[in-house]
Design a binder for this molecule. Structure first.
Ligand code: UDP
Ligand code: MG
Length: 309
């Protein structure tokens, strides 16, 4: 049977959420009257989610289990979901039910109107700390202002994409991935639909600050050269300032004003420039490390088992 909707959920230790996720997705998708599948990508869970996924797949053929050999990260799990989905429209959804499955039908409505990427915009967020909300808001705006692609703000990975779009994304083999940026980059007819992001149903967030920071770096380095250019701008600025300073210092010395004597000024200047140079080196390192990863050309993920076709 021809499958219309593929719902992709990355799973990392979500055992308490899995049955409810399946139940709600099934209820909503059955009501659409069209064929659907639920691609559950197990990203190296250690809490028994893997068994639960297998069990769901045994009882319902609509569940497609993709089991990773270890934890490869959320973005890579989404990528595997694209690779293993067969539907005409692919929907990415979080497994913790923060993205209500009922919203899928609203996304599908826009898709039927002819839009090829329908992203869900977080109009409200429930049950998250002010720190998470603040860093997320700052992150979306920073990315928006410095990247070359206009990535919609307050938008996560929850979205529907047409088969055409996913076929293009499947050709994008970059290692350090930022799926929402990639899906903005490809173009096509895109539109946002607002929704209320719920609180996590059970369990804890799998995104500690360190992972959010990594994701932000992927987004910035993947879609912008701005950090590399900062060193150039700063170099011109400090060279300009020092050239201006030379006649001023000469003048002050000649008029007898005891300006810029002592070690403190020298020390501060040296430390400041040393720091600026090290930061620039670190930025270069971020890009070079990524180049190195690309050059190795390792597979993006390793599956322990997945459906044949
Ligand atoms: N996730 C994953 N691999 C990871 C981390 C997270 O597959 O290494 C999944 C997780 O199971 C969930 C989704 O990614 O379905 C979003 O994670 P989470 O809800 O923890 O992030 P938050 O909503 O707090 O930003
Ligand atoms: Mg969540």
């Amino acid at each position: 049977m021809k499958i219309t909707y593929s719902i992709v959920a990355p799973i990392y230790n979500e055992i308490e959420n899995l049955p409810e996720l399946y139940r709600r997705v099934k209820e909503v998708m059955d009501s659409s009257g069209e064929a659907w599948e639920l691609v559950l990508v197990d990203d190296g869970s250690t809490d028994g989610s893997t068994e639960k996924i297998r069990e769901l797949a045994r009882t319902d053929k609509a569940v497609r289990p993709v089991i990773f050999a270890r934890n490869f990260g959320h973005q890579v799990a989404i990528t595997a979901g694209w690779d293993y989905s067969r539907g005409d429209a692919i929907i990415i959804i979080d497994a913790d039910l923060q993205d209500p499955p009922e919203t899928i039908l609203e996304l599908a409505k826009k898709w039927k109107e002819g839009y090829e990427v329908v992203y869900a915009v977080r109009a409200e967020r429930e049950g998250e700390t002010w720190f998470k909300k603040f860093t997320a808001a700052a992150f979306y705006r920073l990315i928006y202002s410095i990247t070359d692609v206009k990535i919609p703000v307050d938008t996560g990975d929850f979205r529907l994409m047409d088969r055409k779009v996913v076929n293009v994304l499947k050709q994008m083999k970059e290692r350090h991935r930022f799926p929402r940026g990639m899906s903005a980059w490809v173009g096509f007819k895109q539109i946002g639909v607002e929704y209320k992001r719920a609180a996590r149903m059970a369990g804890v967030t799998k995104y500690p600050f360190s992972k959010m920071f990594r994701l932000a770096l992927n987004a910035i380095t993947g879609f912008s050269y701005f950090p590399l250019q900062v060193a150039t701008y700063f170099g011109f600025f400090s060279a300009g300032v020092s050239i201006l300073a030379i006649p001023i210092v000469i003048y002050m010395r000649m008029t007898g004003a005891g300006a810029f004597t002592g070690q403190a000024t020298t020390l501060i200047a040296v430390l400041f420039l040393g720091g600026a140079q090290l930061i620039s080196l670190g930025i270069l390192g971020e890009y070079i490390g990524r180049l190195y990863d690309e050059a190795k050309g390792r597979p993006l993920y390793i599956v322990r088992d997945a459906p044949e076709e």
